[in-house]
Design a protein around this ligand. Structure first.
Ligand SMILES: [Zn+2]
Length: 367
């Protein structure tokens, strides 16, 4: 099905940098984090086959959210996953473990956001169970979507603050959106399609955060992973890419793009385009109401495995015209948003002209 192996929340070169410059203790710790991240990245099918309680409860087409949070008990091998079930829909009592309870609640908020704003029923739009394991590994500095479940470490207090990884709503929303993309546009995880994949996770995470807080464009921090890092304010800024932490290399304009650039850095270009589009609609507006709908329709109905930045610009422009009218304020806002990052949307007379690769497999369509 998918070509997306999975995603981890942190750009891999941040770990490489610490390994290169850190103390011997830090080197050992982060080499293990990298190893474990890599194992999780490549073992999605094994994990999928080991979902104990998840398999029992799996019934296609559920209309309500179904979450299970497991405790991995610090095991650092994938064969221990998912771990011991700690909290699920049938038992909503708080456990007292902040990682378990926050993860459970945030997963529910992400489900509610997709359902209420986009009428989407879970990751696959078919009631897929949302499984998460917390306390994975020892001081594991990452959060990973494996293709079938979420895995969260505790953080080491060297890179991420302890207890911050599993309790951050934008991290959960970002990673679960990789699952949504996996079931929709299925963008390959490299080059510009990979950057668009990362971008979609960031914009839907930012929107989910804003929807929960009822923050306007102006009120939002536009940060992903706020207050998680020991050094720096966040992992990424959609408003000002490249300013989230001291060595943040994210770019915000196509002139700075080059082939081979890490996708977590080139994703700053469409991220900034999204922010600028929202700003054009109005600083007192809500991102998810208009721009969010344009981006969602583009993700599920327009983009495909090998779509590039220009395809995203053209598609969002077309979708804005279809949803709000040709030459509407909304379509003009999309145009200005992309123009602000050096990409000029091209008008397409044929609404299918900018589809790139892949076969359509829609169950329903917004457009
Ligand atoms: Zn990601």
């Amino acid at each position: 099905m998918s070509n997306l192996v999975c995603c981890q929340i942190i750009p891999p070169d941040v770990l490489y940098q610490i390994i290169k410059e850190g103390t011997s203790e830090q080197k050992d710790k982060f080499i293990r984090t990298l190893e474990l991240s890599e194992i999780l990245r490549t073992q999605r099918s094994i994990i999928a086959g080991m979902r104990g309680v998840g398999n029992i409860l799996k019934i296609a087409g559920h209309l309500q959210k179904r979450r299970i949070v497991y405790d991995a008990n610090h095991a650092d091998d994938i064969f221990s996953l998912p771990g011991e079930p700690k909290r699920y829909e049938e038992d909503l009592k708080e456990t007292g473990d902040n990682d378990v309870d926050s993860c459970f609640n945030n997963t529910g908020l992400v489900y509610d956001f997709y359902k209420e704003v986009f009428m989407r029923n879970s990751i696959d739009d078919d009631g897929m169970e949302m499984n998460s394991s917390v306390h994975f590994g020892v001081d594991f500095d990452n959060a990973v979507w494996t293709g079938s479940q979420m895995v969260y470490g505790d953080g080491s207090d060297l890179l991420f603050k302890k207890g911050s990884v599993a309790s951050n709503l934008t991290v959960t929303a970002h990673e679960l959106t990789h699952g949504v993309t996996d079931h929709e546009a299925n963008l390959v995880y490299r080059g510009q399609p990979g950057a668009l994949n990362e971008h979609m996770s960031d914009v839907f995470a930012a929107m989910c955060d804003q929807w929960v807080s009822k923050h306007t464009v102006d009120e939002s921090s536009w940060l992903i992973g706020k207050d998680m890092l020991i050094e720096g304010q966040a992992l990424r800024s959609l408003k000002d890419p490249g300013t989230a932490y001291p060595t943040d290399k994210q770019i915000d304009h196509i002139r700075d793009y080059h082939t081979g650039m890490l996708i977590h850095y080139s994703s700053g270009i469409p991220n900034r385009a999204f922010y600028l589009t929202c700003k054009e609609i109005g600083i007192n507006s809500y991102s998810w109401q208009k721009v969010g709908k344009i981006w969602y329709a583009t993700l599920i109905d327009k983009l495909r495995e090998y779509s590039k930045f220009q395809d995203a610009a053209d598609s969002t422009f077309d979708v804005a015209g279809s949803l709000y009218g040709k030459d509407s304020k909304e379509q003009a806002a999309v145009y200005k948003g992309w123009e602000g990052v050096g990409i000029t949307p091209r008008e397409s007379s044929d609404m299918t002209a900018n589809l790139v690769g892949g076969k359509r497999r829609r169950r329903h369509q917004i457009l």
